[in-house]
Ligand binder design. Structure first.
Ligand SMILES: Nc1ncnc2c1ncn2[C@@H]1O[C@H](COP(=O)(O)OP(=O)(O)O)[C@@H](O)[C@H]1O
Ligand SMILES: [Mg+2]
Length: 375
């Protein structure tokens, strides 16, 4: 029942002469896989999803669901949303307030004129799947936000769609509910086996939910990879930064195997063969991958620094550290902070955790403005 989704060269230009909201995006979701589109606000996630749903007409490219062409811009072929057999869950809890939980979930089946007994069985199964089997007779208005989203999910799944589309379904929930439903969502989607396209601006959601994650910026799909590759082999500085490699050190390529930073420090780095000597370079590293040591430790690859700020988060501490001519953010796990403001420290940058991007200095300003807002 679940179907492959094939999106090719998809374009949406809302008006002539303006930048396309979706700019030549291609991806393939095999049946049963969850793909997450991740990116900052305005990058084209919702527009992509709405085109797959049939709520928006592409101005370029094709969309096929289960091998059936549902949109082809060149010929104007377009299958309406209600004939695409897709389930949808949105940010707002699109549940009907005057109905009970059962009635909400049964609605799509009634619409399809199923027998009463069959409706009862399917609704019971869907409610059990989302953990609301004891709530069938309640009014939806008596539910929490998280429970309302579970109702919306049950309603989207009850008629066994070929494809499930979710647009930031957790963003209206408070932090605790968001984490609970996030973890449940993947289990529920996998239990049904439905193919899913999920869009979010939240990297932690993307990582927990996605079999693969596609990072979008300005309408373009920059990288589509499994979460581990995305975090460890980001294709460019934007992806690195957006997935949390927030420390970025500016420098220049200095000989074969090193970057010279602004303060003169030479950092060993593995560089692409074509990296030109003197070319601008940025070293990106995650706050969790930098290491702090007490001062005086004088091993190779340690750089002196000083704690400028310290934020205790309960199970980890986030330090701002002045080192290498810049301010680094460093996260240490554990419930007891090891350093205080003003302490001298030694900072290690594990070479295998540093990602070097050359010729990207110009890109950086855009990233600071864009990606940080969402962090
Ligand atoms: N109906 C519309 N008419 C004109 N522009 C739109 C419309 N919908 C979205 N856009 C524009 O398309 C771009 C992408 O929007 P959207 O897909 O909603 O991004 P995201 O979901 O990633 O935040 C934005 O610049 C937005 O302003
Ligand atoms: Mg959106």
């Amino acid at each position: 029942m679940s179907a492959e989704l094939a999106v090719e060269d998809l374009v949406k230009q809302f008006a002539p002469g303006i930048r396309p909201a979706v700019d030549n995006v291609s991806f393939l979701v095999p049946a049963g896989e969850i793909i997450v589109l991740l990116g900052p606000s305005g990058c084209g996630k919702t527009t992509t999803l709405r085109m797959v749903a049939g709520l928006e007409r592409p101005t370029g490219g094709t969309i096929a669901i289960g091998g059936r062409m549902v949109a082809r811009a060149a010929t104007g072929d377009f299958v309406a949303a209600q004939h695409r057999e897709v389930g949808m869950v949105f940010q707002s809890y699109a549940v009907w307030p005057h109905m009970t939980v059962h009635e909400n979930v049964a609605y799509p089946l009634k619409h399809r004129r199923l027998a009463r007994s069959e409706i009862a069985t399917k609704v019971a199964q869907a409610l059990e799947l989302v953990g609301l089997e004891d709530y069938a007779k309640r009014s939806v208005t008596a539910l929490s936000g998280g429970q309302m989203q579970r109702v919306a999910l049950a309603r989207a799944l009850v008629y066994q769609p070929k494809l499930l589309l979710l647009d930031e379904p957790l963003s209206n929930l408070d932090a605790k509910l968001r984490l609970r439903l996030r973890d449940d969502l993947r289990r529920i989607i996998k239990e049904t086996g439905v193919t899913a396209l999920y869009v979010t601006h939240d990297q932690s959601e993307a990582v927990v939910l996605g079999d693969r994650i596609g990072v979008m910026r300005d309408g373009k799909l920059l990288q589509l990879s499994d979460p581990v590759s995305l975090y460890n082999r980001p294709a460019d500085l934007f992806v690195a930064n957006f997935t949390g490699a927030s420390n970025m050190l500016d420098g220049v390529v200095d000989g074969g195997g090193a970057i010279r930073l602004a303060d003169g420090t030479r950092l060993p780095a593995s560089l692409a063969a074509d990296a030109r000597d003197g070319a601008a370079a940025v070293v990106a590293i995650r706050p969790e991958n930098l290491e702090l040591h007490p001062p005086g430790v004088n091993a190779h690859g340690l750089y002196p620094g000083r704690i400028a700020a310290e934020r205790f988060h309960g199970t980890q501490t986030v330090y701002s550290v002045d080192a290498l001519g810049t301010r680094l953010e460093i996260v240490e796990g554990g419930t007891v902070p090891r350093f205080a403001v003003g302490d001298h420290v030694a900072v290690a940058l594990p070479a295998d955790q540093c990602r070097v991007f050359t010729g990207t200095a110009a890109d950086r300003s855009g990233i600071d403005a864009e990606a940080r807002v969402e962090a």
